[in-house]
Design a protein around this ligand. Structure first.
Ligand code: KG4
Ligand code: ZN
Length: 343
């Protein structure tokens, strides 16, 4: 099947043309337009503005993604306007229906509904969070269709996809969830954040440090030059003996440190040390809970997904801990550009 995927849950306008092959997904083309640099000026996302940007980008993004996919297949691309509204070549339209920013979601959903209607093709509603997990089923390059993404993670072979049962950690800007998957469509929620998501904590701490949005990659960049041991920060709920998380206290601890103290973020060394400590605190909690879930459910497969899954410290620490504890667990990580929002 050839599926046109559309995702507009936040500040990315994304479309992709995908095909399935056995238990794997292959990308024929993948286009993401982001209004993050615009949102960055305001220190975060203004939902109304993100939705307006979605409207500007949605049709050009879909036209581009269809052109790229069908050019590679040396076929005329499906028309989405004018006299020819045929949709020939596309078997179904899939779209993120939520969770996400309602104004942004509406743009993608209404566009997908319209295309499915005029092309007379099925419309597949996709849960945003499951969509993130399924980035782990996308495999890399095939000789004839050249996807413009990195090969699948360096962990495991490129064509390896998760097997069931599998523990999934979703770490995005809005969610931090641990899930046990026993099959496609069969999953159990084990726990999640009680307040801020991991990505949100990165973003808010970055803002306290005067760094631009999105904060995760910024903190990570500074952290690579800092020493986490120089600044002590709490690891909320790390020993809670359940699969819940809490990150708002970490953010408050960073705010208190900056407001009260000796730690002035003026100096770049201090900033880097603080960034390293924030990143380490978040990673420590995520790693601990993943390992706990893998052990408790005696699962040999672990996948991570969502924007924070592109954090290399998280990936390395998970790998290291799995190896150190001899858990014999396979870790699946999508390529970084498929961790953040995409179609
Ligand atoms: O999954 P995503 O693109 O959007 C949501 O569905 O929320 O995740 C965005 C989040 C942001 O909070 C961003 O700061 C974080 O992912 N993020 C990172 C990194 N890249 C993106 N956090 C830590 N390290 C990164 N390298
Ligand atoms: Zn997302």
């Amino acid at each position: 099947m050839i599926i046109l995927g559309i995702e507009t849950s936040c500040d990315e306008t994304a479309a992709a043309v995908l095909t399935n092959n056995d238990n794997r997904i292959t990308i024929l083309s993948n286009v993401v337009a982001s209004s993050a640099s615009l949102q960055s000026k305001y220190g975060g996302i203004i939902p109304e503005q993100a939705a307006r940007e979605q409207i500007k980008s949605i049709i050009p993004v879909i036209e581009e993604v269809l052109s790229q996919a069908f050019f590679k297949k040396r076929l005329p691309r499906p028309a989405i306007g004018g006299a020819r509204n045929d949709g020939v070549g596309v078997d179904a339209v899939a779209v993120t229906y939520g969770p996400g920013l309602i104004g942004s979601l509406l743009v993608g959903v209404e566009t997908a509904k319209t295309l499915a209607r005029i092309w007379n093709k099925p419309l597949i509603p996709v849960n945003h969070l499951l969509g993130h997990f399924y980035a782990n089923w996308i495999t890399g390059y095939t000789p004839d269709v050249y996807a413009q993404v990195s090969p699948k993670s360096h962990i495991g072979s490129e064509n390896e996809v998760p097997k069931f049962p599998c523990i999934g950690l979703l770490v995005s800007g809005g969610h931090t969830d641990l899930v046990l998957f026993t099959d496609h469509g069969k999953y159990e929620y084990l726990g999640g954040t009680r307040d801020d998501a991991a990505g949100e904590c990165f973003d808010k701490c970055a803002r306290l440090l005067g760094l631009p949005y999105p904060g995760g990659p910024e903190i990570s960049r500074l952290a690579s030059q800092g020493d986490a041991l120089q600044v002590e920060l709490p690891r909320p709920m790390i020993d809670s003996n359940d699969f819940d998380f809490s990150f708002s206290g970490l953010k408050t601890a960073v705010a208190n440190l900056l407001h009260t103290s000796e730690v002035s973020p003026g100096s770049s060394e201090v900033k880097c040390n603080l960034a390293a400590s924030i990143e380490q605190a978040i990673v420590d909690v995520l790693v601990k809970k993943c390992v706990q879930a893998v052990k408790q459910y005696q699962v040999k497969q672990l996948m991570i997904a969502g924007g924070v899954a592109s954090n290399q410290k998280l990936v390395r620490n998970l790998q290291f801990t799995i190896y150190n504890l001899q858990l014999k667990t396979k870790l699946h990580v999508p390529p970084p550009e498929l961790c953040t929002d995409n179609a």
